[in-house]
Design a protein around this ligand. Structure first.
Ligand code: AHG
Ligand code: MN
Ligand code: MN
Ligand code: MN
Length: 337
């Protein structure tokens, strides 16, 4: 009787991608190949993160990136692994990475039809403490006749064809969504070396009394944000919200996706444009949340996926999470316009 409980019809990411491709008659297989390369980047980054303290990969690399962050050794290695995967799959024409000042143009692949943005290691300040970090990705399809420049990425997030992230936590969790599609979650089985579909069709709960924000910034917040967060902590009736803040967007967002609630990194007096970067943090995460039934807005209460970056490393304030929770933020801002 015990044998009946073992699932022998396992959906690996490889199988999932093959089945997705079969649903699209016009598909050439290029997108599938690109995803296979992504999957290898996640596996290899996961491997090095898990071995970091054993092979002298903790600590700083000694350089600063384009957005002013001190690079950790693993930021650099994660970036190199990601670039190499994207280059070798020969399906990517343009790549933007947090760790590269300029967009990388793969002139050796002039026929490649995709542009990718990535945050190779998100939450890298948490690395040496062994706290969960992640990799975020956004995929755009080049329009017919595109020249293959960074302009191919300076578009609203609504034009992405796919996005997602992998969280390197107690296990590696990959979350991926495609345009107008469902959100699917996979768990890396280290003995198979395969991502296995463990969370099909993820839907974020409509409401949940959890907020996630760096409250150390509260003295810099604008009035609507202060008033909104206060309303969660000192409700007119009922219990106050629980606070959860890891400090890795991927980990805070993954928990929010599963449990519901709200994650916020608002623009404030210290960071008037916000801290998180549009192309490889805000937009891909917003697509995941919208496709899971949630919402994502910027500090002007605009739909995050409508925001168009001017430069590849542009930042934005962001509020994302359960529909009912993000609606409360929007309502709290209405009084001030
Ligand atoms: P990264 O490690 O890719 O530079 O991103 C850091 C980001 C994000 O992961 C997190 O949500 C946020 O920075 C945390 O910022 P604070 O330390 O200011 O709270
Ligand atoms: Mn960084
Ligand atoms: Mn990040
Ligand atoms: Mn990063």
């Amino acid at each position: 009787a015990g044998a009946e409980k073992i699932n022998t019809d396992i959906i690996t990411l490889t199988r999932f991608l093959t089945e997705e491709q079969a649903k699209h008659k016009e598909a050439t297989g290029d997108f599938t190949l690109l995803c296979h390369a992504l999957q290898f980047a996640f596996k290899s980054i996961s491997y090095y993160i898990r071995r970091a303290t054993l092979i002298n990969l903790t600590g700083l690399a000694g350089e600063t990136n384009a957005t002013g962050d001190d690079q950790k050794k693993l930021d650099v290695i994660g970036n190199d692994l990601f670039i190499s995967a994207m280059k070798s799959c020969a399906r990517v024409r343009v790549l933007v990475s947090e760790e590269e000042e300029e967009a990388i143009i793969f002139d050796e692949h002039p026929q490649a039809r995709y542009a990718v943005a990535c945050d190779p290691i998100d939450g890298s300040s948490n690395l040496d403490a062994g706290v969960s970090v992640g990799t975020i990705f956004a995929i755009y399809k080049l329009p017919e006749g595109a020249r293959g420049t960074k302009e191919d990425l300076l578009k609203p997030g609504s034009e992405m064809v796919a996005s997602g992230f992998t969280m390197y936590g107690a296990s590696a969790q990959l979350v991926i969504t495609m345009k107008d599609g469902a959100v699917n979650g996979f768990t890396l089985d280290n003995s198979f070396g395969e991502f296995i579909l463990s969370h099909p069709n993820m839907r974020i709960p409509k409401t949940r009394a959890i907020y996630s924000v760096n409250e150390g910034n509260s003295m810099y917040w604008d009035e609507p944000v202060k008033e909104y967060i206060n309303s969660l902590k000192y409700p007119a009736e009922g219990k106050p919200y629980s606070a959860r803040y890891i400090g890795s967007m991927v980990a805070d967002a993954y928990r929010t996706l599963l449990y519901g609630g709200i994650f916020a990194y608002p623009a404030d007096k210290k960071s008037p444009k916000g801290k998180l970067r549009i192309l490889y943090e805000c937009a891909p995460m917003a697509m995941v949340f919208e496709n899971a039934g949630g919402l994502a807005v910027d500090s002007h209460m605009r739909r995050m996926l409508d925001v168009v970056p001017e430069h590849i490393h542009d930042r934005s304030g962001i509020f994302l999470g359960s529909e009912g929770e993000v609606q409360k933020v929007i309502d709290a801002h209405k009084k001030y316009v």
